[in-house]
Design a protein around this ligand. Structure first.
Ligand code: NAP
Length: 298
């Protein structure tokens, strides 16, 4: 069977294209959607993510500002910056790039961002809204997976979805989106993690397998059902002396071996990673629209 390669670029481009009219309508009403991104320290992967976010904003005409803080920034300084961004009306979205240096409390920072500006969708209030099916900002990576499945008309209702990984930013929201009684969801969901003794017993039964573990190539051919759909969220740097940078990016799925067994699969790079930024742009525009509407009624 020839697997369909699900292109993150194609879906992300279509999401971004759809935002152009919405951004223009905000601007007609005197509001330029704005995103503030805070980066603490100099983690190279985070620097790349932050730069890509800023470039995406630029290409859409979204105002973006990146605030760089040294790695030894204390909690009070970071909290004060978040408070200032919360009240800065130029920014409809506020995002603090994770992970933070170890001495800082991530949850304290996430809780401090106003839920209406929490375009990462990590605030406990927004996670709660997701679980009870209310309007909210969906965390960008799981939302990107949902959008890819929708775009490629992949039926989820009644399917068995297995998610590997239970992090707060990918695995848990992914699981909670998938079982909602909503179009594009309504699946039966199993979640695997390091406490699962025999992961293969579950992954090999998945109609749709979503892997977000951060373990390069952990999903091999023997772990996947014939004809399954495989979504690889993993982005791992593995050493590669042949590359100029000395590393290459690879997913959690052994793509070359697994693809022949699937009906559709996402590559890494070129898959879910591109969706994350597109969904962040969508959340930022949504935040601007909602803040604009609120102002109209005040
Ligand atoms: P994380 O916080 O490290 O969580 C990893 C999860 O996978 C944990 O729940 C862990 O289980 C589970 N896990 C790890 N090794 C496992 C194993 N051998 N067997 C079963 N479960 C295992 O990572 P994350 O932030 O969710 O990210 C996961 C991956 O997605 C990473 O490669 C990351 O770079 C990538 N990612 C990509 C995007 C994107 O834009 N495409 C965005 C975010 C993350 P325990 O809970 O038991 O420890």
């Amino acid at each position: 069977m020839e697997a369909k390669i699900l292109s993150g670029k194609e879906v992300a481009d279509s999401v971004l294209e759809g935002l152009k009219g919405r951004i223009a309508r905000c601007k007609e009403q005197g509001v330029t959607p704005g995103l503030a991104v805070v980066l603490v320290g100099d983690d190279p992967a985070s620097q790349v993510y932050v730069r890509n976010k800023s470039l995406a904003c630029e290409s859409l005409g979204i105002l973006s500002e990146t605030i760089l803080l040294p790695a030894d920034t204390d909690q009070e300084t970071l909290n004060a910056l978040v408070d200032a961004l919360n009240t800065d009306t130029r920014f409809h979205g506020v995002l603090v790039q994770m992970p933070l240096p170890k001495h800082l409390n991530e949850l304290e920072v996430i809780r401090r961002i106003l839920p209406e500006k929490d375009v990462d969708g990590f605030h406990p209030e927004n996670i709660g809204r997701l679980i009870i099916g209310e309007n909210t900002f969906l965390p960008c990576t799981p939302a990107g997976v949902m959008e890819m499945l929708r775009y490629y008309n992949i039926e989820t209702s009644g399917k068995h979805v297995v998610v590997v990984g239970r992090s707060n930013i990918v695995g848990k929201p992914m699981v909670n989106l998938m079982y909602q009684r909503l179009p594009g969801a309504n699946a039966t969901v199993t979640v695997c993690h390091t406490g699962t003794p025999d992961i293969r017993a579950f992954t090999e039964k998945a109609d749709i397998l979503i892997v977000a573990a951060g373990v390069p190539g952990m999903i091999g051919e023997d772990m996947v059902k014939e004809g399954a759909i495989v979504i690889d969220v993993g982005v791992n740097r593995v050493e590669d002396p042949a590359r100029k940078k000395g590393f290459r990016l690879t997913g959690d799925v052994d793509f070359e071996k697994v693809k022949g067994k699937t009906s559709a699969i996402t590559p890494v790079p070129g898959g879910v990673g591109l969706m994350t930024i597109a969904m962040l742009m969508q959340n930022t525009v949504k935040a601007a629209e909602e803040q604009l509407n609120r102002k109209k009624w005040q």
